[in-house]
Design a protein around this ligand. Structure first.
Ligand code: BG6
Length: 504
């Protein structure tokens, strides 16, 4: 990961489910930007595969309109678009129809017998229940070889199942005709610059790595808060909930990167081994632990940004008596040498007062409260905040003397900001992830055992909730920081949640 690598090899990319939102909003804008930044292979083709009747031309026109809307840089560069769009093709077909794959194979063969026919990236932007079918069909059409010098890879998106058993089944389906090494499971959080920087920050700075253990760290807080409610995604969310939607993947990934041991090398397997080891050392949760250590919540109507916001149960496609959690807070322990006894608090929710993701490392207080006694103040203990988004950066908080004759003390902040240091370079997570998939670097993709270990944790929490409807204490007004029980969770150990930092 990270270092300069050789130019990616020419290849063709096939997007299954190409009529969907993901293609228009994320995939095509990401490929366009990779093209603009001259990161794409010297030759490439992108084929959209979907059921609706379209020509190459009409698909291109549709994508152009989408790009005008969703591109992170505007206006769209005409010259780059002309060059890029000449490589876009459409293949109409039903995912279950062998003849459609034959047509796809012919289209690929029309690109010649070289790498554009042989090096293939299959992006499955379809329902997970269709993954098995697509993989089998591309195998039968002779497009997926387990051996050989050319490469073929399959990219899939979450959800990877809805519990351990279904994830297991899905993984079995995916690897029936492909090797595990050919499967790229995307967690878009791993494509974010700031998430990638966690390992860099930890393992290239001796100053910080020395502090990174139970002797100095009191506790860790990971917050991923969102202002928006579930909006139009009620149907999906009713099946998911915050635990499956955010904790199983993004939050446990961030936790693993924050807490894992140094890998033996920067090889993808070495890094993923350490992440799995960390996830496996999270203390198992029985039903009593769930009652004590996990808080869930659901928003009711409130005010966000000064505007009225509906409650979750009033959102479209949500049951009027739904017990699905839109908020979850967890107190986890990692039973290993480095972290024994250090609580890791994680929280995420919809309709909270801010959209922000950050990790706060809270250090132990000074052994003796010398100044606090003098100043009649409760001194803040030191902390480091890694701001994943927005205002990406890192801050170190410590206490400083207020200038003047008295012994006034005040918390102050040393701040590193990505924008100030490097300029506003904010590639979308998908740009990085698609490039890694083409290059064949698996570091940023989730390995099978990672997914399954994370599901084990989530399943144990769901088992603790099983059959228990939400109680009054578990509701929170839209626009507030979640249910009071989440405050109590930390108060038991004398801790408080810190609101994500808002930089001015
Ligand atoms: C997705 C979830 O995986 O991540 C969404 O399904 C959530 O519910 C989103 O809003 C958050 O991603 P980001 O990049 O906006 O923090």
């Amino acid at each position: 990961m990270g270092s300069e690598r050789k130019a990616p090899e020419p290849c063709s990319i096939v997007i299954f489910g190409a009529s969907g939102d993901l293609t228009a909003r994320k995939l095509i804008p990401a490929f366009y930007h990779l093209c603009k930044e001259k990161q794409m292979p010297s030759a490439f083709r992108i084929i959209g595969f979907a059921r609706r009747e379209k020509t190459d031309e009409s698909w291109r026109n549709e994508l152009r309109a989408a790009l005008d809307q969703f591109s992170r840089t505007k206006p769209v560069d005409e010259k780059v678009w002309q060059e890029f769009s000449a490589n876009l093709f459409y293949c109409q077909g039903d995912i279950t129809d062998a003849a459609a794959y034959k047509k796809l194979e012919e289209r690929l063969t029309s690109f010649g017998s070289g790498p554009l026919r042989e090096n293939l990236l299959f992006y499955l932007a379809t329902l997970p229940s269709q993954f098995g079918e697509v993989v089998e069909q591309i195998h039968r059409a002779g497009l997926l070889n387990k051996e050989g010098s050319a490469w073929q890879r399959i990219v899939v998106e979450k959800p990877f199942g809805h519990d351990l058993a279904s994830a297991h089944a899905l993984n079995r389906e995916l690897t029936r005709f492909a090797h595990e090494q050919q499967v790229c499971r995307i967690d878009h959080y791993l494509g974010k610059e700031t998430v990638q920087n966690i390992l860099m920050f930890r393992f290239s700075n001796s100053v910080f790595e020395r502090l990174w253990n139970r002797n100095l760290i009191d506790h860790v807080q990971i917050t991923v808060s969102e202002k928006l409610g579930v909006g139009q995604r009620g149907g999906y969310y009713e099946e998911a909930g915050a635990l499956r939607d955010m904790v199983q993947n993004h939050m446990l990934q961030v936790l693993a990167l924050i807490a894992m041991e140094p890998p033996v090398s920067l090889e993808s397997e070495a890094i993923r081994d350490e992440k799995v080891k960390l996830l496996k050392s999270i203390r198992p949760l029985g039903p009593d632990d769930v009652a004590r250590q996990i808080v869930r919540g659901q928003y009711f109507a409130g005010t966000v940004n000064g505007l009225p916001a509906p409650g979750y149960r009033q959102e479209p496609k949500v049951k009027s008596d739904s017990n699905v959690e839109t908020y979850v807070a967890l107190k986890l322990f990692i039973d290993n040498w480095r972290w024994s006894g250090v609580p890791f608090y994680l929280r995420t929710g919809k309709c909270l007062p801010q959209s922000a993701s950050e990790v706060r490392i809270q250090f132990r207080p000074t052994p003796h409260v010398l100044f606090a006694a003098q100043c009649d103040l409760k001194l803040d203990s030191n902390s480091i905040t890694l701001r994943l988004q927005p205002n990406e950066g890192i801050s170190l908080h410590f206490n400083g003397k207020v200038p003047g004759m008295s012994l006034g003390v005040r918390p102050v902040r040393m701040n590193f900001s990505y924008d100030a240091e490097f300029g506003a370079y904010t590639p979308e997570a998908y740009e990085r992830l698609l490039l890694e998939a083409i290059a064949g670097d698996a570091t940023l993709f989730i390995r099978r055992d990672e997914v399954e270990t994370a599901w084990k944790i989530v399943d144990s929490i769901r088992a603790g909730w099983d059959g228990k409807p939400l109680t009054n204490r578990e509701f929170y007004a839209a626009g507030t920081w979640g249910p009071v029980a989440a405050e109590d969770l930390l108060a038991q150990s004398g801790h408080v949640w810190h609101e994500p930092q808002q930089l001015t």
